[in-house]
Design a binder for this molecule. Structure first.
Ligand SMILES: NC(=O)c1ccc[n+]([C@@H]2O[C@H](COP(=O)([O-])OP(=O)(O)OC[C@H]3O[C@@H](n4cnc5c(N)ncnc54)[C@H](O)[C@@H]3O)[C@@H](O)[C@H]2O)c1
Length: 253
């Protein structure tokens, strides 16, 4: 096992479960110390216990990314405790329930909440921890979705916005030598995707892949580690699809 992140510090949002937990485990396996942020305290503790059992240094932070004051307070604490931050993975997001089905029927309040968490928080958090990223010449990875390419629901629209945010962040953050990239996953089995999507929906969406494979969290984590590593030092403002060739068919259309 290579140790590309030995001595490095990695912040993963949405680290309580699913893709975020897988990112944390894979960065830890390559030597990183982990900072985990989520609104779900119980899930954070579970991920932290998994990492610590393997000897990884890990800190957890319960933060609501819908609340700017919480983002700013967290970032101030992070910079005081960790003046160098090598990687920020903006993985937290709302993906299931009404955001994944609603569009014309949504109130302004709901739209603004969805945008706040899925599209705006990654930028606010990135900017708030930017001094620590700049000190490490670090990088950011935003998790969008194949649903961003042909959005049919609020979810896809918020992820399309996050894709645009990724290009804009890459432009602005390059002044500090910080790379910003994105990953657009296809349908990946996580506890949340399995529990939230009806089995027939899951099968239909998976059935439109070019490659007849079952996507798992590790597929995304491995790609994330490459993009976050020095192997990708010349790559910025790029969104890499990881969906077995599914992207143009839409997720829920
Ligand atoms: N699993 C898939 O098939 C898939 C496909 C494409 C994109 N994605 C994206 O990957 C990410 C992770 O997906 P997942 O399947 O692991 O889902 P998940 O629901 O397990 O993970 C999302 C995490 O974000 C956290 N979160 C939600 N709102 C928050 C808030 N206000 N403040 C802080 N944390 C908050 C949740 O508590 C949760 O731990 C999401 O952004 C999702 O949109 C997933």
């Amino acid at each position: 096992m290579s140790q590309r992140f030995q001595g490095r510090t990695v912040l993963v949002t949405g680290g309580a479960a699913g893709l975020g937990r897988s990112f944390a485990e894979h960065f830890a396996a390559e030597g990183a110390q982990l900072l985990l942020l989520d609104i779900d305290r119980k899930g954070l503790d579970e991920t932290a216990a998994l990492l610590r059992a393997r000897g990884t240094m890990c800190a957890t932070y319960r933060v609501d990314l819908a609340v700017e004051a919480e983002i700013q307070a967290f970032a101030a604490q992070l910079i005081a405790e960790h003046p160098r931050l090598d990687v920020l993975v903006n993985n937290a997001g709302l993906a299931y329930g009404e955001i994944a089905t609603g569009f014309t029927d949504l109130s302004q309040e709901k739209w603004l909440r969805y945008f706040a968490i899925n599209s705006v928080a990654p930028v606010l958090l990135g900017q708030a921890v930017r001094p620590a990223l700049a000190a490490a010449k670090g990088n950011v990875i935003n998790i969008t979705s194949m649903a961003s390419y042909m959005p049919a629901t609020a979810y896809g629209v918020t992820k399309a916005t996050l894709a645009s945010m990724t290009y804009a962040m890459a432009t602005h953050f390059s002044a500090d030598g910080i790379r910003v990239n994105g990953i657009a996953p296809g349908i990946m089995e996580t506890p949340a995707s399995k529990d939230s999507l009806p089995a027939e929906t899951y099968a239909r969406v998976q059935g439109s892949q070019m490659l007849k494979l079952h996507g798992v969290a590790e597929d995304i984590a491995r790609l994330g580690l490459f993009l976050a590593s020095d192997d990708a030092r010349f790559i910025t403002s790029e969104i890499v699809n990881c969906d077995a060739g599914n992207r143009m068919r839409g997720w829920r259309a």
